[in-house]
Design a protein around this ligand. Sequence first.
Ligand code: COA
Length: 338
Amino acid sequence: MSRAAVLAGLGAMVPERAVDNEEISRIVDTDDEWIRTRTGIGRRYWADPGTATGDLAAVAGRRALESAGVDTVDQVILATSTPNRPMPATAPEVASALGLDGVPGFDLSAACAGFVYGLQSAAGAIAAGFAERVLVIGADIWSTRLDPEDRATAIIFGDGAGAAVLRAGDAAEPGALLGFDLGSDGANRDLAFLPAGGSRQRSERAPLRDADNYLAMRGKEIFTHAVERMAGSSEALLDSVGWTAADVDRFVGHQANVRILHTVADVMTVPRERVVVHLDKVGNTSAASIPLALTDAAVEGRLTPGQKVLLTSFGGGLSWGSTALSWPDIKVSGIETA
Ligand code: COA
C-alpha cells in the first residue's frame, strides 16, 4: 500500500453567452476561416457583466463535489489569474458559497498551468496526511481583460471553470495521480502578462494607460515555448512513471491552439487521434482548460475507465506542468450552464 491522491470527482462549466467567430470578427479585424485554420477555435463563452471568477468556480466546485458524492473537503485550492479582487484571495469566498466555511482555502497563481500546479499541491497535502480530500478548481474570466484592438488575444480566450475532488487512496488504484513534472521560466515573464495592478507597475508610478489593463501576449514566441515545454515536461513525466508515448491512450494538453497540441503530439510520437481537442468549443479558458477538456471528453465517451491519460499544461510565467493517471470510473455531468 502506498498512499496517493486519487481523482474522485470532476465538474466544469462555461457561462451562458456563446461568442462565435463571426461576433469576434465584428470586434477585431479577423474572420472565421483565419481563426479556425490558425487556432482551431470555433467559439468561446464570455461571462455576463456582474459575474466574477469566483461565481464560475463555485458552480464547477459544486459539480465536482456531486460527482465525488461528498459534501465536504479539507482544503479548497483555486487556481486563477483573474481573481474576484487582487486581495483577499477568492478561494475563501468560493468555499463559503459551497457551504465550506472554516475550511482552509487559498488562490494559486500559475496562469494556464494553474490547475496542474493545484493538483500537485493537493496531492502533496494528501500524501503528507494534512488532508483526506481536497477540492482543486481552475477558473478564469479573461474576457474583460482582452484589448479590443489586439486580434491575437481577442480570438483565443474564453471564460470558464473546472474542478476536481482528490481523495486519499492507494497508488495502485485507477485515478491515482502517478507523478508530476512542474517547471517555470521567469526570464520569459514578458511573453504573456497583465501590466496593471501589481507592485511593479505601482512602484514605477508611471501613469496608467488603458492598455495596461489588458493581457499582453507575444503569440509567436509563446507558441514556440509552449511546444518545447509541453513536450519536454510530458516526456520527463512519462519517464518518471514508466510509461512510453505508445502507452498514452489520451493526451490532454492545455487548450490554446490546436496546432500546438498536434505539434506536441508529433514531437512525442503520440498519434493525433489520441489528442483530446476541446478548444473548438470553448477557446482557451486558461486555468479551467484541462478540467473542462477532461469533463467534456468523459461526457462524450472519449475518456473511459482504464485508459492511460497524460495531462500537460503551459502558460504565462512561464509555467508548465504534467501529470498522469489511469482513468477512474467516475460519474461526470455536462459543462452547460444549468
Ligand atoms: N486574424 C487575421 N489575421 C491575423 C490575426 C487574426 N486574428 N492575427 C494575426 N494575423 C495576421 C498577422 O498580421 C500576420 O500577417 P502578415 O503575415 O501579413 O504580417 C499573419 O496573420 C501571421 O501572424 P502571426 O502573429 O505570425 O500568427 P500566428 O500564426 O502566430 O497566430 C496566434 C497567432 C496568437 C494564434 C498564435 O501565435 C498562438 O496561438 N500563439 C500561442 C498563444 C498561446 O498559447 N497562449 C496561451 C498562453 S498565455
